[in-house]
Design a binder for this molecule. Structure first.
Ligand code: ATP
Ligand code: MG
Length: 244
């Protein structure tokens, strides 16, 4: 059965789709059959980041409402046989049927080691869907007070629903801006959110540019090194935490 990992945030634009793409490549590099499902309905973007555009005919909406077979909606990465994606519909669905989604995940779980859910930002839908569907939640935040506060709200909403398997993932970290953020160290950030830290992605425009252009992952960047470490932590391997 696949481990289902939800990647969510309170504030939008913190980098969920960017980090989920890098984690997908990294789990695939570990030889794990990985599927990313894009739940940001109406805001498809992973097709561009993961170079899938010319393959996509069907999407998550078609799959949920029986308009295609499972295999028709799976887009396969051109760069690794271990990574597949089910893209979001380009137009928003009226609502996501959580029951249908749970049934679909049960079936998909038989075919993958990891299923990563790219959730929409915000407090309304993603925490409750995560509590219903996922085994683990990665709460993504940038190290600024507004994003950190919203991550704390996500954590609280998850716990209200009895879901405690959450980890904090900091993205776009830069020492120079962190010093101006009002936090004096990372422990204060962790306390403010109330979730254990799984990793810190640096702000690394060069390191993420392969995703912006839909290219093959470029090894050796600080960004991808962190993704590799987080993927291995998800596999239960001890990797010391580094701040680049
Ligand atoms: N570590 C990083 N270093 C530099 N830029 C980054 C990093 N992570 C994300 N970005 C940039 O931040 C912007 C938002 O990223 P992304 O679309 O992944 O966020 P998101 O949380 O998925 O947004 P949304 O809430 O709209 O779904 C993009 O322009 C992306 O290239
Ligand atoms: Mg996104």
């Amino acid at each position: 059965m696949a481990e289902i990992v939800s990647v969510l945030s309170g504030k939008g634009g913190v980098g969920k789709s960017t980090v989920i793409s890098a984690l997908g490549y990294s789990l695939a590099a570990e030889g794990k059959k990985t599927l990313i499902i894009e739940l940001d309905l109406g805001l498809r973007g992973l097709d561009l980041m993961l170079s899938l555009s010319d393959q996509i005919v069907f999407d998550l909406g078609d799959l949920l409402y029986g308009r295609c077979m499972l295999s028709d909606a799976l887009a396969r990465s051109p760069y690794t046989p271990w990574l597949s994606v089910i893209p979001a519909p380009v137009s928003p669905l009226k609502e996501l049927d959580a029951g249908r989604m749970a049934v679909l995940l049960r079936e998909l779980s038989l075919h993958f080691d990891f299923i990563l859910l790219d959730m929409p930002a915000g407090l309304y839908l993603s925490p409750s869907l995560t509590a219903l569907l996922a085994d683990t939640a990665l709460i993504v935040a940038t190290p600024d007070p507004v994003s950190i506060r919203s991550a704390g709200k996500v954590r609280a909403l998850l716990e209200e629903q009895g879901f405690t398997s959450h980890r904090l993932l900091i993205n776009q970290f830069r020492w120079s801006t962190f010093k101006k953020s009002g936090f004096s160290n990372m422990d204060q950030v962790i306390d403010a959110v109330g979730s254990q830290l799984i990793g810190i992605f640096p702000k690394d425009e060069k390191g993420i540019s392969f995703l912006i252009h839909g290219n093959k992952p470029v090894e050796g960047s600080a960004f991808l090194t962190v993704a590799r470490a987080i993927a291995r932590r998800l596999l239960g391997i001890y990797i010391p935490l580094l701040i680049h």
